[in-house]
Design a protein around this ligand. Structure first.
Ligand code: TNX
Length: 562
């Protein structure tokens, strides 16, 4: 008995000790999470928005250099004109494009301000002027593409002047001008009790860090209409992104008409996740999206996912399956990795050839994306041979191929990194060593369909939670160990298994897309979470004025009064 008692009390002591240790560990973990920041529950005190016009060192993405001026700045009035300045002969052929940019700017500013803002091609310098200058110094960057996006903006009491080497740079400069005006400049309707529409004095000199700055919209899992895609483009353009990647096919739907393969859309487009009606873009719809994007200097990168994620194509053309058997259709679930085109055989390459030819015909941009992810039922050798052949077809159609990082063994020239597991990081490094370029989309950082925190009701969590700080706190150049110069840029994919409305897209984009945009545009030296989140906070009232939904995450010090 005593032995038993002694034994019992000894066990009780162990239990107590264990409980104490566990409690201490739990407290320690909590403290660490609180100190770590960016974790669930991090709360930032509201930012105090300085009074007076917003200076360019407060915008997103942060410009390369900002030199404050003195004096009152430029106030828009009913005498303000928007001038396109006739330039040297070399730029005369771009005059129409510059006028169009001026027209877009005028339209954006007229609605909220109610000012007439006429366009003018001569006259005095007072007002807003857009000038092409092929000799504009744009710093020491080596990438010709980023030089075309560079601009200089100066403002003083007499006006605002935007100068750039190319129309693209002028357009980026007009987005900066928008951001320098009070938040209600984003209002789609005339503003009552209008503030003074004043631009702070100073000079901005700006140029992006990377040539490729994109976002992807998955229109296959849930279909979004051309008008909804245009809304998506508007948000990208504001943050100076320059690529729109459209994920046009997947297991649940095929979203682009291919006249030589009509069943792709008559059969493959009927549905979407959850069983609601799907949809597709006609050639005219797609071209309208491309045009709208182009006017905002965004290039569309269309993706047809091959050979996997192809259930919709297989439902339309069962002979493309190795077994030739028809599939249950429509497929409305969200499993991945169960479908593949038969990777060998003439029928399949005739099919990919038709699709690629049509897509190349409709797409002015240089890239076609061939997918290539999550193919689980094809041998590595067959897979690589398939990718090689499709890559040849893309190049024969006059385009450059982009593929998800799995396509590295197939020799694809531009690889989109999303998942390094299972040896894919080493493959990517090898491919980059042979000269492949890389678009960085690490899932645990840049996937806009990851939950903000574990209890967030929408979206997925397979790559972890992505709060705003996580989305911002990484470096595209060093996220994966790659040869210098391999990284072409960044892209934020938005997969839509659980997202069905434009409002839900907004909740994912805002406020995380601006974090990605800043990584893509602003210099590495300027990377600073504390400063970034204060600038980001000032975007909140602008989204409210624009009517955009956003997640008021507590890590961002949103101003108390919008
Ligand atoms: C992985 S990223 C996928 C998609 C899913 C996504 C969900 C990639 C190339 N493939 O099929 O929609 O995860 O987050």
């Amino acid at each position: 008995m005593p032995i038993r008692t002694a034994g019992t009390s000894a066990r009780a002591r162990w239990v107590l000790l264990l409980v104490a240790v566990l409690l201490l560990a739990a407290v320690g973990f909590g403290v660490q999470r609180a100190v770590g920041g960016g974790e669930v529950g991090e709360t930032a005190a509201p930012v105090a928005v300085p009074s007076g016009p917003r200076t360019a060192d407060r915008i997103v993405p942060l410009p390369l250099s900002v030199t404050p001026g003195t004096g009152p700045g430029y106030r828009l009035t009913d005498r303000t004109v928007i001038r396109t300045v006739p330039g040297a002969e070399a730029v005369e052929r771009q005059a129409g494009e510059v006028r169009r940019i001026a027209g877009q700017l005028a339209e954006a500013l007229r609605r909220p301000t109610g000012l007439p803002l006429p366009l003018d091609e001569s006259g005095p310098a007072d007002g807003i002027s857009l000038l092409l200058d092929p000799a504009l110094p744009v710093g020491s960057g080596t990438d010709a593409d980023t030089a075309a996006e560079a601009y200089r903006l100066t403002a003083d009491a007499t006006g605002v002047r935007i100068t750039a080497r190319a129309p693209e740079g002028l357009y980026r400069g007009t987005q900066t001008l928008r951001q320098l005006l009070p938040p209600r400049i984003e209002s789609p309707a005339p503003v009552a009790d209008a503030p003074e529409w004043t631009v702070a004095p100073g000079t901005v000199e700006d140029r992006p860090r990377y040539a490729y700055r994109g976002a992807m919209l998955d229109v296959a899992r849930h279909f979004f209409t051309p008008a909804e895609v245009k809304g998506f483009i508007d948000r990208l353009a504001l943050y100076k992104l320059n690529r729109l990647h459209l994920h046009l096919s997947d297991d649940q739907g095929w979203r682009i008409e291919v006249p030589s393969r009509p069943a792709l859309t008559t059969v493959g487009a009927v549905s979407e996740v959850g069983g609601t009606p799907g949809g597709f873009y006609t050639a005219a719809d797609y071209q309208e999206i491309v045009r709208y994007a182009q006017e905002r200097y965004l290039t569309v990168v269309p993706e047809i996912d091959l050979p996997g994620h192809s259930n919709a194509a297989l439902a339309a053309y069962p002979e493309l399956d190795c077994t030739g058997s028809a599939r249950p259709w429509p497929y409305t679930g969200i499993e991945v990795g169960f479908s593949t085109l038969c990777p060998t055989g003439d029928a399949v390459f005739a099919f990919t050839g038709d699709v690629i030819t049509e897509l190349a015909r409709l797409t002015p941009g240089r890239y076609l994306h061939i997918g290539g992810d999550e193919v689980k039922t094809v041998s590595p050798a067959e897979y690589a041979a398939f990718v090689r052949r499709v890559d040849e077809q893309v190049r024969a159609a006059g385009k450059a191929t982009v593929g998800w990082n799995q396509t590295a063994p197939g020799g694809v020239g531009v690889l989109q990194f999303w998942d390094g597991r299972g040896g894919h990081e080493a493959e990517l490094r090898e491919a980059a060593g042979r000269g492949a370029k890389v678009i960085m989309s690490p899932a645990g950082r840049s996937y806009l369909d990851m939950k903000y925190d574990p209890s967030y009701p929408l979206v997925l969590v397979w790559a972890g939670t992505v709060d705003v700080r996580t989305a911002y706190s990484w470096d595209p150049d060093t996220q994966v160990d790659l040869p210098a110069g391999a990284v072409l840029g960044v892209e934020a994919p938005l997969w839509t298994e659980t997202l069905a409305t434009p409002r839900e897209l907004d909740l994912m984009l805002l406020p995380r897309l601006p974090a990605l945009a800043e990584l893509g545009w602003s210099s590495k030296q300027s990377h600073d979470w504390e400063r970034f989140r204060r600038r980001l906070a000032e975007e909140g009232p602008r989204w409210e004025a624009a009517g955009y939904a956003y997640e008021k995450r507590s890590e961002v010090p949103w101003p108390t009064q919008g």
